[in-house]
Design a protein around this ligand. Structure first.
Ligand code: M6R
Length: 608
């Protein structure tokens, strides 16, 4: 959500901090700031709006120094103004804090500190940390931070510097991701590997409860009681090009066009065509444990929740195990039925979504085994689950999730295939699905080759105030996902419904002004969908149909048609979702939206 970067070493910190902030701008971006330490004093620059505004401020009034911290903010406490932007300074200006997360007892601490004469200059919860560290300072920043953490309730990733203990960054993590980047006589702290990838690939992911003392020449990790901890050094295995636009107008378009490759990556080394099954190394589930599963709960948010709905249909159809799909934000606060024979599948692109993480922890607490289908390597969900399947989609920068969605569906299919084959699915049916999976990358290329056609359709509808998306069976979640894509980047109101459900209410909305997108490939429920299209046409609705054949039944019923290749019914969502991603993208561009950074949204929602 928000982004943290810190640098300590022999180079000027400011350009490194600004470059790191720009790499993270996609995470949260309503204000930004940095603080740099030089000649025994801290200097800060902050600005509301995009990093470019902060860059302008820094250019006008430069700041020098070789140790500093920076932050991009997505407002939680207080509006996105300069005074609320991070870093926040302590009363005496000797401590600078950047913080992701929420300090839950901020009001109590604020009153306490006000009683001691501290004046607050912002509406944020973070400012209490700066004053608290000043209050507890007794010669060592690390000790003051540790003492402050004992007073704080809530979640945090923090990076703190002080002019009274210069040349070091003290960072701490609880519920908000943070890593150390290891360079030569220089070190970084960041909430996101993309911020430091230009300088190093060697990283240490901090765990909850870790405190890191980071200096130019080295780093130490301790717990909040100062006991030393050992953390392994990981290597980031993607290239800088993965976080650059590479000639595409937007990250979202680049990521849509990456899907032949990302879907292939999700399957690489995992699909066993000749046995109609898959090999998934990270499941950490024995044969007996797989056989003992008697129900599955899938939990996720947003787009990941939509892929979960598709996963349910796959798992129930192939494995004959009951599956419930739960919004993580609901699941965590109710009293769900979970047993030791429950498998909880957790879907998350970022691996950091606060509600999803909390739902996973709740499922674990109640005795379920957890399986994380996550894209970001080393993310919290990936480290806390009992087993996992990485999506290998590479960094997804566009706020609207695209390639992670199709990779999730593929990963779910691989898991369903493996489980189903163990539990009695015939080798013939297994091979049919495995072959269909294998064919997907080339089929996605075919869909993308027709992108221009979708651009023309988008031109026709760019001014529509509302949209309805309808589908049945496995394509109902595709309709939901299509509607979500459109609304989040174009700000057009859009609803997804099961096609037959339309006549129980939404049909009242249909007139000649209402575009209705039907996901209508030639599948088991095609004839039923045709009846629903007729109902829309009878009310003068305009129909845009995603189809897979030249269907006589559709003649005269469809105003705009986009053709996708055919595959087995269960995998149709992979192909059918791509034209809807393109439709949303082109409409948003034509309406002048900021496609990669739509208003009010952040890439990963690490607060409740
Ligand atoms: O990182 P996650 O998959 O856990 O994120 C879940 C949702 O926040 C995310 O899918 C969101 O709905 C996207 N903006 C959708 O495009």
């Amino acid at each position: 959500m928000c982004g943290i970067i810190g640098y300590v070493g022999g180079r000027e910190a400011t350009p490194l901090l600004i470059a790191g902030l720009k790499r993270m701008e996609y995470r949260g971006y309503d204000s930004a700031g940095l603080a740099v330490l030089a000649d025994g004093a801290l200097t800060t620059r902050r600005a509301a709006g995009k990093i470019a505004r902060l860059e302008g401020t820094v250019a006008a009034t430069p700041l020098a120094g070789q140790c500093g911290v920076g932050h991009t903010r997505w407002a939680t406490h207080g509006p996105p103004t300069e005074r609320n932007a991070h870093p926040h300074l302590s009363k005496d200006g000797t401590v600078a804090v950047v913080h992701n997360g929420i300090i839950e007892n901020a009001n109590t601490l604020r009153s306490l500190l006000q009683g001691k004469g501290y004046e607050f200059r912002s509406d944020t919860d973070t400012e209490v940390v700066a004053h608290l560290v000043q209050e507890l300072f007794n010669g060592s920043l690390e000790e003051a931070v540790r003492a402050a953490l004992h007073e704080i309730e809530g979640t945090y990733g923090v990076a703190i510097i002080s002019s009274r203990d210069p040349g070091k960054i003290v960072a701490a993590r609880k519920g908000s991701p943070l890593l150390i980047g290891i360079g030569e006589n220089e070190h970084f702290v960041a909430s996101d590997a993309s911020a430091i990838l230009a300088h190093t690939r060697q990283v240490v992911y901090l765990d909850d409860g870790d405190v890191a003392v980071v200096e130019a020449g080295g780093y130490r990790v301790i717990d909040t009681n100062a006991a030393p901890l050992t953390r392994k050094v990981d290597r980031i295995d993607w290239e800088l090009g993965a976080i650059e636009r590479g000639g595409f107008a937007h990250f979202m378009l680049k990521e849509i066009f990456e899907q032949p490759q990302t879907v292939e990556n999700a399957m690489r080394g995992r699909l066993i065509l000749e046995d109609g099954t898959s090999k998934l190394g990270g499941l950490n589930l024995t044969h007996d444990q797989l056989m003992a599963i008697d129900n599955i709960i899938i939990t996720a948010c947003g787009t990941s929740w939509h892929s979960g709905l598709i996963g349910k249909l796959m798992l129930e159809e192939l494995c004959r195990i009951p599956v419930a799909v739960e919004y993580a934000s609901e699941f965590r606060y109710r009293n769900p039925i979970v047993t030791e024979r429950t498998l909880c599948i957790v879907l998350s692109q970022s691996g950091e979504t606060a509600d999803t993480l909390a739902a996973m922890r709740e499922a674990k607490r109640r005795g379920a085994r957890t399986l994380g289908l996550v894209n970001v390597v080393g993310s919290t969900i990936a480290r806390e689950d009992d087993g996992g399947i990485y999506l290998h989609a590479g960094p997804e920068i566009g706020v609207a999730s695209t390639k992670a969605f199709t990779s999730q569906v593929v990963a779910l299919a691989l898991f369903a295939l493996k489980l189903a084959r163990k539990r009695g699915l015939s080798v013939t049916r297994g091979m049919e699905i495995a072959q269909a999976l294998h064919a997907l990358p080339a089929q996605i290329r075919e869909v993308l080759d027709r992108a221009e056609q979708m651009e023309h359709i988008a031109e026709e509808f760019k001014r529509a105030p509302n949209f309805l998306y309808l589908g049945r069976g496995v394509n109902f979640p595709v309709a939901l996902e299509g509607a979500l894509k459109l609304k989040e980047i174009s700000y057009i109101h859009a609803e997804g419904y099961p096609a037959a459900e339309m006549k129980h209410g939404p049909i009242a909305l249909i007139d000649e002004m209402m575009p209705v997108v039907f996901v209508a490939p030639h599948d088991a429920v095609f004839d039923k969908v045709v009846s629903n299209i007729q109902e829309v046409k009878a009310r003068k609705g305009t129909v845009i149909a995603i189809t897979s054949r030249d269907e006589p039944a559709l003649k005269g019923l469809v105003d705009y048609e986009f053709r996708i290749p055919e595959t087995v019914d269960l995998l149709m969502p992979v192909l059918a979702s791509i034209p809807l991603q393109l439709l949303a993208y082109y409409i948003a561009v034509k309406r002048g939206s900021n496609v990669d950074q739509p208003r009010n949204l952040a890439k990963s929602v690490t607060v409740e």
